[in-house]
Design a protein around this ligand. Structure first.
Ligand SMILES: C[S@@+](CC[C@H](N)C(=O)[O-])C[C@H]1O[C@@H](n2cnc3c(N)ncnc32)[C@H](O)[C@@H]1O
Length: 239
């Protein structure tokens, strides 16, 4: 992609999330049959935060992840960043409703150009975010840069089930049912048609391991959840 294409893609993505923001949480719950919360909880289990950890959630959206981390009450320092104001505003309300205003710092910004110093965070988490980046490698490089040596990344993303029969059922649901329901309820003509497209364009689990390794991360691995509908990759910055 040229620089102009990248900028146009980012703008389009931001506008798309801005327009689906009011229905985003409900649709997540509905279209994942309530599984999205469990997936995030499993990602936090893998992140394994400990007392005083400084944690960054990239593409924090409506803040479910940061709120879930804070609920573990570990005296961690949590930061969330997202480039879509409408998503983040809904997230801010959720943070306030949970009385976490003093515990979670939120800001607008791009995952591909993080406004944080080098070696700042103990861990970086990103759920259903990197797939939407205009330049995924640049995002991964930024995750690496802001992590302390030995720090951990955890990336939760959609993936395709390897089992052939499950894959046929999943394909039908993901490509035909989900876009119709999503577009109808969100009121956006193609946001939920973009979802299966973006998953199809995203590397499979083993390819993504290689992408992460290329940045310099070590001990890269993944686990599959819900028959491989989603996967969680994790890795460490070299010490
Ligand atoms: C599918 S939502 C995921 C939100 C949240 N992490 C979750 O688990 O529900 C994707 C989010 O990524 C954000 N996003 C996409 N590309 C981004 C980028 N390059 N920088 C920052 N945020 C980005 C969007 O604004 C949106 O809020």
């Amino acid at each position: 992609m040229t620089k102009e294409d990248t900028t146009a893609f980012s703008l389009q993505t931001r506008e798309m999330f801005a327009s689906i923001a009011p229905r985003y949480d409900f649709l997540n719950w509905l279209l994942s049959f309530g599984q999205d919360r469990n997936w995030r909880k499993r990602a936090i289990d893998l992140l394994d935060p400990i007392k005083n950890d400084c944690i960054l959630d990239v593409a924090t959206g409506t803040c479910d992840m940061v709120v879930e981390i804070e609920k573990r009450n570990l005296s961690t320092h949590i930061f969330g960043i997202d480039f879509c104001k409408n998503m983040l505003n809904l997230g801010k309300t959720k943070v306030s409703q949970n009385n976490f205003d003093n515990k979670i710092s939120l800001q607008i910004g791009s995952g591909e150009c993080l406004p944080f110093a080098n070696n700042f965070f103990d861990s970086v988490i990103c759920s259903f975010g990197v797939r939407n980046f205009s330049n995924i490698q640049m995002g991964l490089e930024e995750f690496y840069r802001v992590l302390k040596p030995g720090g951990k990344i955890v990336i939760l993303e959609f993936s395709e089930p390897q089992n052939k029969i499950l894959n046929i059922i999943y394909d039908f649901y993901f490509n035909f049912i989900l876009p119709k329901i999503g577009n109808l309820i969100s009121g956006h003509s193609n946001a939920y048609s973009y979802l299966p497209e973006s998953v199809a364009n995203f590397p499979n689990q083993k390819e993504f391991i290689e992408w992460i390794r290329k940045i310099g991360f070590k001990k890269v691995s993944f686990i599959e959840l819900t028959f491989g509908i989603v996967s969680i990759h994790s890795a460490f910055k070299d010490t």
